[in-house]
Design a protein around this ligand. Structure first.
Ligand code: BTN
Length: 276
């Protein structure tokens, strides 16, 4: 494993995010490294970004493996946002909106979000987001946003690794797979994405923008009105119909027994896809 990094300057001088970017050829996981940097000194690392060409042991949600070969954007971003505890879930929401919008703007591909934060193109997963938080209401609070985008990766490698798991979407794609012939500059995509995240973070700091953010999220979510199964810690927990999204991004589910349940974490499968 090559643990040396290059410092990258994307010229993000007006932004708090991305002023310091460490680029590794190959590491275990950008998320793991970002968490350890944040744990050591969040004040110093606020806005730091770690990016790797390849990850040996990329981490996905629910402690699953995230296959990270060459050709993807594998990055983790450290923030210490000035937002209230109750809004933490909205970090996942704004990250999903940002990734979805940037892929759409760069490639013109129509993206959607599978709750809570999988980014899809035609039901195929193109990007995933992992949020790690340490919030104790102290100055050392941090959030690490991990983002993986399949830009030009060998899809067959990734498909193989998820095909046996029904909880994950069974199909995976990449930007290149969808729009053959057009080269996407990874660093340009990253620059746009960091700018977008910073914009939505600043919106989040004002209470009155909540509803606007949720409105944008709801427009991108592909799950409203659908019959779903919810898994938590890998086990089937609920099944029902998605009625709405609440003000912090929670899923309002009408369970099969007609009781309403608000769900803040887990993985979902849309039943009609599952039953196919
Ligand atoms: C998911 O399961 O959908 C979330 C995947 C998140 C993957 C990214 S790649 C960069 C960062 N480093 C990791 O080890 N994981 C995240």
């Amino acid at each position: 494993m090559d643990e040396t990094y290059t410092k990258i300057d994307l010229g993000l001088r007006d932004l708090a995010i991305g002023k310091r970017i460490y680029h590794y050829k190959k590491i275990k996981s950008t998320q793991e490294l970002a968490i350890s940097l944040a744990e050591t000194n969040i004040n110093n690392e606020q806005g730091t970004v770690i990016i790797a060409d390849e990850q040996d042991e990329g981490i996905g949600r629910g402690k699953k493996k995230w296959v990270s070969p060459l050709g993807g954007l594998w990055m983790s971003l450290i923030i210490n946002p000035r937002i209230k505890f109750a809004k933490i879930n909205l970090i996942s929401v704004i990250s999903a909106i940002s990734v979805s919008e940037v892929i759409n703007e760069i490639s013109q591909l129509k993206t959607s979000i599978k709750w809570p934060n999988d980014i899809l193109i035609d039901e195929k997963k193109i990007a995933g987001i992992l949020i790690d938080t340490s919030i104790n209401h102290s100055k050392n609070d941090y959030i690490v946003i991990g983002i993986g985008i399949n830009i030009d990766v060998d899809i067959s490698k990734i498909n193989l690794s998820v095909s046996s798991n029904n909880i994950l979407p069974r199909k995976v794609t990449s930007i290149h797979n969808e729009i053959k012939g057009k080269n996407i500059d990874r660093f340009f995509l990253m620059k746009q994405l960091l700018g977008k995240i910073e914009f939505y973070l600043s919106l989040l700091e004002y209470d009155k923008n909540h509803k606007k953010i949720i409105r944008i999220y709801k427009n991108l979510i592909n799950t409203l009105g659908k019959r779903i199964i919810v898994y938590q810690e890998g086990l089937k927990k609920y099944s029902g119909i998605v009625k709405d999204i609440d003000n912090s991004g929670g899923l309002i589910l009408e369970r099969d027994d007609k009781l309403l349940e608000i769900i803040y974490y887990g993985e979902i499968t849309i039943r009609e896809e599952y039953d196919k």
